[in-house]
Design a protein around this ligand. Structure first.
Ligand SMILES: Nc1ncnc2c1ncn2[C@@H]1O[C@H](COP(=O)(O)OP(=O)(O)OP(=O)(O)O)[C@@H](O)[C@H]1O
Ligand SMILES: [Mg+2]
Length: 238
């Protein structure tokens, strides 16, 4: 057994919804372990459970059954008050739609999570903005940025509290090709620095940048299949 603590381990994860008299299993007996410095891609058609999984991994939603362990802490039963702080300190989120506050500058958007952590630091904001290539745009309002830069702001904001785990739900879905490549380059350098990254995407070309790609099908881990065309060795089952 490895002595390094996984950034994320989920075991026997189920998330079921009641739809009338029918029970829908958005996730069914799903297991995954992601180590620090690993980037895992999650693919699967619409409705296969990618967002549901990221929401469980990010403690935004609770599983119907199973356990979620983040950086060695079993968070499955943590009370909501503790979960809020845990999420803020250990997990970064990036979404397709950026979710920036339009009246705050780049620096203020990025610094927002620090306010909640009571550790506001202009130095940290500058540092993390530089890490994603925003050093010249600290005072700019989001409305004056292109989509690629907006996503850089969202990435910097997700990183500002130094999380161990970065969860990205279709992070490049709204971006032009050059911006998509830039986001993936940032991810790659974060991964090299030891961050664990999980990226859900429809785009197999994007997924091919991950060391490991898993496919969800109806909430379950699909076995490797021929219609995923990824470079050899990239599509390993967990
Ligand atoms: N709040 C909810 N109530 C009921 N069913 C839900 C809820 N959230 C998700 N589902 C169902 O769970 C399944 C998985 O949805 P999910 O959003 O995780 O898929 P996805 O892979 O992220 O899809 P997409 O690629 O479109 O983003 C779907 O059948 C969806 O309808
Ligand atoms: Mg989704």
């Amino acid at each position: 057994m490895s002595e390094i603590t996984p950034a994320l381990r989920v075991e026997g994860l189920w998330r079921s919804y009641q739809r009338g008299s029918e029970t829908v299993h958005a996730l069914a007996d799903f297991d995954l372990e992601v180590m620090p410095g690993e980037m895992v891609g999650i693919v699967g058609r619409s409705g296969s459970g990618k967002t549901t999984f990221l929401n469980q991994a990010g403690c935004l939603d609770r599983p119907t059954r199973g356990t979620v362990t983040i950086a060695g802490v079993d968070v499955t039963e943590l009370p909501e008050e503790e979960l809020v702080g845990f999420r803020r300190d250990h997990i970064g989120f990036i979404f397709q739609l950026f979710y920036l506050l339009p009246t705050l500058t780049v620096a203020e958007n990025v610094g927002l999570p620090l306010l909640f952590a009571r550790a506001e630091s202009a130095d940290r904001v500058r540092e993390v903005c530089a890490q994603v290539g925003l050093e010249d745009k600290l005072g700019v309002l989001p409305g004056n940025l292109d989509g690629g830069d907006m996503q850089r702001v969202a990435i910097a904001r997700a990183l500002v509290n130094r999380p161990e785990l970065l969860l990205a739900d279709e992070p490049t879905g709204r971006l032009e090709r050059a911006s998509r490549d830039a986001v993936l380059e940032i991810f790659e350098s974060l991964r090299t620095d030891g961050l664990a990254i999980i990226m859900a995407t429809h785009d197999l070309e994007q997924a091919a940048h991950c060391e490991r790609v898993i496919e969800l099908r109806d909430g379950r881990l699909a076995s490797p299949k021929e219609d995923i065309h990824l470079p050899a060795g990239n599509h390993a089952p967990v």
